[in-house]
Design a protein around this ligand. Sequence first.
Ligand SMILES: [Zn+2]
Length: 126
Amino acid sequence: MIGNIHKITKRNLLKGIPWRFGPNWPGQRCKAKTRRGTLCQRPAKLPVGRCRLHGGASTGPRTKDGLKRLVESKIKHGRFTKSEREKAKQIAEKRRKIQNELKELESWFVDYGHLEKNWRKDWGKL
Ligand SMILES: [Zn+2]
């Protein structure tokens, strides 16, 4: 009976040796304070020097590719992207130019007597 217990204890001691980090493990350890007041000491895997349990909330993507994916996921229709706004600005500028030209032509026609001053009033009644 006692021998059996020793067997089980020994087996538990050997369990997970390939992935266990012993006291002589040379890598960086997590320095987060536990509820016991001691250091966590799990292997620090995150760039902030903490283990996966104490790394805190995500600070978002950092790589160019990740940021690009984030931007793409936030776009719904793309009407307010920089390039589309620039395009709309150019179209509006063109429209304003044409409108000003038409206004000039209209005043020219009125000045030379080809149109009456309030020609728009009777436009639909013809
Ligand atoms: Zn930790």
